[in-house]
Design a protein around this ligand. Sequence first.
Ligand code: ARG
Ligand code: ASP
Length: 719
Amino acid sequence: MKILNSLVLLLFASLCIGQSNGGMWLPNLLEQLNEEEMHAMGMELTASDIYDINSGSLKDAVVHFGGFCTGEVISSQGLVLTNHHCGYGQIQSHSSVENNYLEDGFWAMDKSEELPNPGLFVKFINKIVDVTDAALAEVSDDMELAQRNAIIEENIEAIVNTAELAEFEEIEVKPFYKGNQFYAFYTISYPDVRLVGAPPSSIGKFGADTDNWVWPRHTGDFSIFRIYADKDNNPAEYSEDNVPFTPKHHLPINISGAKEGDFTMVFGFPGRTNEYLPASAVKQTAAIVDPAKVAMRDVSLKVMDKYMRANEAIKIKYASKFASIANYWKKWIGEMQGLERSNAVGKKQVYEQEFMARVNANPELKAKYGDLLNELNGLYQNLQPYAEVNAYHSELTGRNTLMLNVAYYMNRLENLYNTEGEEAYNGFKGRLLNYLEGQYKNYDSTVEAEVFAKLIQLYFEKVPGNYLDQNLMEIVGRTDSKAMAFAKELYKVSGITNFESLKTILDLPANEAIEALGKDEMVLFYKKLNAPFEEKVKPNYDKYNNAASDLQRIYMAAQLEVFSEKRFFPDANSTMRVTYGKVDGYYPKDAVYYGTHTYLEGVMEKYVPGDYEFDVPKQLIKLYNQKDYGEYADSNGKVPVNFIASNHTTGGNSGSPAIDAKGNLIGLNFDRAWEGTMSDINYDPAICRNIMVDARYILFIVDKFAGAEHLIKEMTIVK
Ligand code: ARG
Ligand code: ASP
């Protein structure tokens, strides 16, 4: 029986070779874990062509862009390609009603026109080192969580302090496999990154929120930046004397493209996944947490949309905020549906049965892990009511209303003053003002007062009464009109609802500022709203959530041990990863097959003149009518726009290069297909697809649409 079992396993394993089942792999471990499979799938590179610490490799062309997206170097003069939606904040910050680069696009026709972006940086990875032993030194299995964390923190500090760093190099240590392994990343960051080009939103954001997370797609979601360095090619803050950066490697661009079945890999910085949760936690996400967050955002998006459609200046002001709130609103809706349709909970339950069967069959494992899943399920059950309130609370105070968020910071400032004194207060105040100045630029009190009025009512309706201040509910009122009147008045009388008056308050001597804030209506409102949450929800939420994370660590270790024949990739954690797959269509539903590529023809099919989302620039229509495609058409004579593949990606992978079997750039990752947005929790190779802009569309827009031929000349184009 045993032999038969292992034979079946072997057969299964060999069937899987040549077909990826997802995974975001560490580039330094490819040789060990993935190279064979990658070759079987058609890759012609070696693992060291991808990651090598001694000579230039693909990793030297991939950057963490601003800490939230990915970018890649595509010329010997430091040209960086990323998504339009990744450069969006920068494009917005250079835009005004008169000079609207969001609307019209922006192209620097020579280097002197490239625009600096204070605060933006790109980060390269020099090397990745396993430091698990050092990080876990002196840690034992029977330790209390707090003690364990304290020792690990000390160990990491020691690793960081004793690391041998090259000039300008930095090091960060991150936990993997839920804290069972640790890797150190040696990095180098460049702070002078300038905007070089961006298409108009009618290309870069074509289809906007209607098409977001959807295949078939027709979006030219790219923008171009350039890294600058000092004359020795070292990192330097912006200066007129800086020169274009010379990279160790830049990606050649293959304009032959890729066809169905071809190997592709995506190299970037995926943010966060949760692939190893128990069924009970997945259920909670789909049934409780996602719906709460979606309900709040439904309301706030409707209000913002109304004002943005009516007023051009507000449209610019709110563009970035709206896009980011809408993005995850839609993602969560897709995730809930996808978890349901892919029967994620059922599959996890089957997996857990197998886990328990193996554990129970082995006394040693049984002693260690026999109760683990029961305990974990119990914790998630205890967490549930608090997780729900926490979701409503964080959407209300942390995400959709700037004023409650500012009030939260004012509260922290006051606490800091009272506990740590004036020096700590002043330090935090300085950083806060800096940060908030940018936030207020994208804020309008009329829009927000209405968002506030609507959200607060929903909050009062959804959150159980014992977590609410009854008095406050009476004051706000239970009708739209009363709540609206209350909100208008609150936004009028509070001193923090515009940046100048906030600054006037904070410029006062500390004790006077604290006193003034203590009387401010918005701050008072926040405190009343928050008190029952702080007292009855947060402590319980933290307690169960921390305990669950700690048990997740043990469950992860248990899975690695119990399924030792399986390959596990570590959940995404904003570190550099490689994922690979094939250009591949899929069946979104019975008898409906989605092909791999979209073309300019499809842009014209979706065209709605003058529309908010589906307008097409005149110049693009002209190029289409004249079939003026240069070298950028496919063998069928059409210009490819987007394509899909079975690469396992997530948020943060936006702007990642899609690379062919030989190491050339063929596309730019920017999204995932609707049916598979649950891939962060339950990757399903049958329907999970990442969406990329075809490199030929990017070059076509740069060259033919924008006339920025000088940029094409910098690049290395191959066929
Ligand atoms: N869904 C993609 C990602 O998660 C693209 C988002 C930008 N586009 C938008 N319409 N909001 O980032
Ligand atoms: N659009 C995402 C990003 O910005 C990518 C994804 O979630 O698939 O990183």
